[in-house]
Design a protein around this ligand. Structure first.
Ligand SMILES: *Cc1c(COP(=O)(O)O)cnc(C)c1O
Length: 427
């Protein structure tokens, strides 16, 4: 048996050598190299088409080729410059009379008259700017004036120092808890550990959720070249997040009903996917994505799923209460790992307020610890003093270097952490 194999191997060797002796040695050397090179180009081309789609790839190729024709690039650049100049000259005339330096003498109380006069030239938006300002009525009455009075009481606080400004700290904790309760935190399926914080707007909430998801997936799965998948209808904040946090963004066309296309999203998932996104509803169409199906998809792949409730967070819970048939959209849905909800939209609060919520402390924690360890010393102080107590305990237990740092070089801060520990959990 063994002899037969050896003899047929010897035969094969003789045959192969006599066959190859028909070719030049140089050709034999170059052929595999050339094949490898061609395969490499084909692979890059396939990747390009896979990432960008066939049409955009061909279009991009055509445009690049056309620009290579002598004179064409110069012509396009000149035309572009003309448009830029036209735009700039337009805004310049509007800016005539704008102050560019401090006045020699302060305006004092006269500043109010001046502002009133300038404001009278603005367009009349009150109650007429859907998707821009969400409170109806006039600023001097009703809900507007109530909010103005409350806000003016705390306009000069610094919420970073929650030991000094305890009322503000309590307000944040209550807004977060109440928003969470509206969005399923009391539902058993939520796991009962929903946590979060307030931010300056929907974009910041989304940025934080994306960063937390990226870092959580790095800790959990070791993903180092993260990718996220969003429906085309998702807000531009995800593009920002992808650029800020170095995440590859895959944008998937919506289906014929303008909803996130679950099947198409599934096809884009790979070993680097950290996050998928659904909106309820999305800003461009006001249409709710199939949150339950997306949740199931994310859960089955063990990846994060952010539900963008920036617009719907303070509408859908009440619409459901009124008896409208609202599909599941919040933490009661399995697989949802974070949610953003804008208080400054249908929460009817002033601009600059939003809430980001996480399924549990594990997802939020990554963000905070990474921040604390990588930033400079002063930022370490800031992020520790700004921690909620439960998180501080977790950090102290897990991050011995930080504990050492805190105890040896920053005794004041250590005190602050321990004093906040005794306040009990806020958020
Ligand atoms: C408004 C909105 C955002 C972003 O909110 P900003 O507060 O403007 O930063 C994100 N997603 C959706 C669906 C929105 O409607």
């Amino acid at each position: 048996m063994m002899d037969r194999i050896i003899s047929s191997l010897i035969d094969f060797r003789a045959f192969a050598n006599s066959f190859l002796s028909n070719y030049e040695p140089l050709a034999l050397l170059l052929a595999p190299l050339l094949t490898l090179f061609t395969a490499r180009i084909l692979q890059s081309l396939c990747l390009l088409v896979h990432d960008n789609g066939l049409k955009p790839t061909i279009l991009g190729f055509l445009i690049t080729s056309i620009k290579m024709v002598p004179g064409v690039k110069g012509y396009i650049d000149a035309e572009k410059q003309k448009v830029v100049e036209k735009l700039q000259s337009g805004s310049k005339s509007k800016r005539d009379g704008w102050r560019s330096e401090l006045p020699k003498e302060g305006l004092g109380a006269a500043v109010i008259e001046k502002l009133k006069q300038e404001k009278s030239n603005d367009v009349v938006w009150q109650g007429k700017c859907s998707g821009t300002v969400y409170i109806g009525g006039s600023e001097s009455e009703g809900h507007f004036s109530l909010i103005n009075e409350a806000c003016s009481m705390f306009a000069h606080t610094n919420p970073l120092h929650m030991d000094v400004f305890q009322t503000i700290a309590q307000c944040e904790a209550e807004v977060v808890a109440m928003t969470a309760a509206l969005l399923g935190s009391k539902n058993k399926a939520s796991g009962g550990e929903i946590c979060g914080n307030m931010t300056s707007g929907g974009t910041e909430s989304i940025l934080l959720a994306v960063k937390s998801s990226r870092d959580y997936m790095k800790a959990k799965k070791g993903i180092k070249t993260p990718e996220m998948i969003i429906p085309e209808s998702a807000h531009s904040a995800y593009d920002k997040a992808a650029q800020y946090f170095n995440i590859k963004l895959r944008r998937v066309p919506v289906n014929k009903n303008f909803q996130a296309d679950v099947k198409a999203i599934r096809q884009q998932i790979n070993k680097n996917t950290v996050l998928i996104v659904g909106s309820a509803p999305g800003f461009p169409h006001g249409i709710i994505d199939p949150i339950e199906e997306l949740g199931e998809l994310a859960y089955s792949y063990g990846i994060c799923f952010h539900v963008d409730l920036c617009l719907g967070g303070f509408v859908l819970p009440f619409a459901r209460k009124l008896g409208y048939p609202i599909p599941p959209f919040d933490f009661s849905v399995k697989g949802v790992t974070s949610i953003s909800a804008d208080v400054h939209k249908y929460g009817l609060a002033p601009k600059g307020t939003s809430v980001v919520l996480y399924r549990n402390h594990d997802i939020r924690k990554v963000k905070t610890i990474v921040l604390s360890v990588t930033l400079g010393m002063s930022d370490v102080c800031l992020s520790i003093s700004n921690l909620d107590p439960e998180l501080a305990v977790q950090m102290l237990m897990k991050d011995n270097i930080l504990v050492l740092l805190v105890l040896t070089t920053l005794p004041g801060i250590a005190e602050l952490v321990f004093s906040s520990l005794t306040c009990g959990s806020l958020v």
